[in-house]
Write a protein that binds this ligand. Structure first.
Ligand SMILES: Nc1ncnc2c1ncn2[C@@H]1O[C@H](COP(=O)(O)OP(=O)(O)O)[C@@H](O)[C@H]1O
Ligand SMILES: [Mg+2]
Length: 391
């Protein structure tokens, strides 16, 4: 049996649904830079959104567009998935980003031997630098300041010169999950990155930077993050509307020629219970498709399997979510879920004292802050799960 709905990692570009504005902006900017030979400057793009909303999937889709939808033009691209360990200090960050660029790059139309050799040399230089850093004991390192010599800007400038002399029109650097820089408390890395980006642009290097991160990158780290994020055109990824949900469900079925017809009524139900969250839509459809592979799926059949969905999501996500809350936070979560209101104020569930817990739950991605003093459980299915829970 074929089941194209997965949810474990970023979705395959051929199933990618929705987000027309974002894809359009990206394609237009790339094309404009290529066509004008850099007279039109590349746009930097910031893709912000909560867990599972489709940030990484979008970067994969971008890569696919470069590979398949670019008419002429030569674009170099590299995608860096940041991890907390990459961001311990500015040097480690630079070294990791550069090493990934020199290792896992792609090019829309092949690269010459000369460029490949160059990339290899640069990669080895970074690796050697890393080794020499490791072999130094901390004492020595403090004395020998010169060891901290990965120059991010100079290295990227060298890369650009090389690419340009080999006919490349644009280089795209994607930094996935930029917030790890901030969770490590190393906001100054962003300052440096901003300075480097501006210097590269001033030197005529054609780099397009794309970052992804949670929406809360901004308010929490305003002083550190704002000057940096101003360099980006920001896109906030919202949950899907009905049409987006419909496309997410129908596209993979069509691509894989699966003869299951899902009525609009069922799509509407899925849209409601998942609140349009692409990850949950994917899981819901994966479950349904495991039960029925052809014919027409009626609303009645769907409703009958709804309790199973909560059960299924519990196993793969909600149990973990719940475990991340402290006992006091769990109690607040259950009260929030027990309320019949869509948006709950602290006063509805115990007064100002719970605000502190609600804010912590927001930072754990378990509760949404809808407006000032208005909260809701992050997903209707999670609400249903909590309602079934006994204290
Ligand atoms: N535009 C989309 N089209 C189809 N599926 C999507 C889309 N965006 C997200 N998904 C689904 O949601 C899941 C999580 O997406 P992902 O890109 O990993 O999110 P994020 O990086 O924001 O945490 C994917 O496995 C995929 O099933
Ligand atoms: Mg991701």
């Amino acid at each position: 049996m074929i089941n194209p709905f997965d949810g474990q990692g970023p979705t395959s570009p051929k199933y990618y649904a929705n987000r027309k504005d974002l894809l359009g902006t990206f394609t237009k900017s790339v094309t404009a830079v290529v066509k004008s030979k850099g007279v039109t400057r590349p746009l930097n793009i910031g893709i912000m959104g909560r867990w599972g909303i489709g940030k990484t999937s979008t970067l994969y889709k971008f890569r696919d567009i470069l590979e398949n939808e670019l008419n002429g033009g030569k674009v170099f691209s590299a995608m860096v998935s940041l991890k907390p360990a990459c961001c311990e200090d500015a040097d480690t960050f630079s070294a990791t980003v550069l090493e990934t660029i020199f290792t896992e790059y792609e090019s829309s139309s092949g690269l010459s031997r000369k460029i490949k050799d160059f990339l290899n040399e640069e990669k080895n230089a970074i690796r050697n630098w890393k080794l020499s850093k490791l072999s130094l004991n901390p004492e020595l390192e403090r004395k020998q300041k010169s060891v901290s010599a990965v120059n991010f800007k100079e290295t990227l400038l060298r890369l650009w010169k090389k690419l340009e002399s080999n006919g490349v029109d644009l280089a795209i650097i994607m930094l996935d999950d930029i917030h790890y820089v901030l969770t490590q408390g190393k906001g100054e890395i962003l300052f440096d990155l901003r300075t480097d980006m501006q210097a590269l642009s001033a030197a005529g290097a054609r780099f397009m930077f794309i970052i992804t991160g949670p929406v809360t990158l901004y308010p929490e780290m305003r002083d550190k993050a704002e000057p940096f994020t101003r360099l980006f055109e920001r896109f906030d990824l919202e949950p899907f509307d009905f049409d987006g949900t419909k496309e997410l469900i129908e596209k993979p079925l069509a691509v894989e020629k699966i003869k299951l017809e899902v009525s609009d009524e069922v799509i509407r139900k899925i849209h409601e219970i998942t609140a349009g969250h692409p990850y949950f839509i994917t899981l819901a459809v994966r479950d349904l498709l495991n039960q029925k592979q052809e014919g027409r799926l009626s609303a009645k059949e769907f409703i009958e399997s709804y309790p199973d969905l909560v059960d299924h999501f519990a196993r793969i996500k909600f149990n973990d979510d719940y475990a991340r809350a402290t006992d006091a936070e769990k109690e607040v979560l259950r009260k929030l879920a027990a309320s019949n209101k869509q948006e709950v104020a602290p006063n509805d569930i115990g007064g100002a004292a719970v605000t502190k817990f609600l804010e912590r739950l927001v930072s754990k991605d378990l509760v949404l802050k809808i407006a000032r003093g208005k909260y809701a459980v992050y997903n209707p299915l999670f609400k249903e799960y909590l309602r079934r829970k006994k204290a």
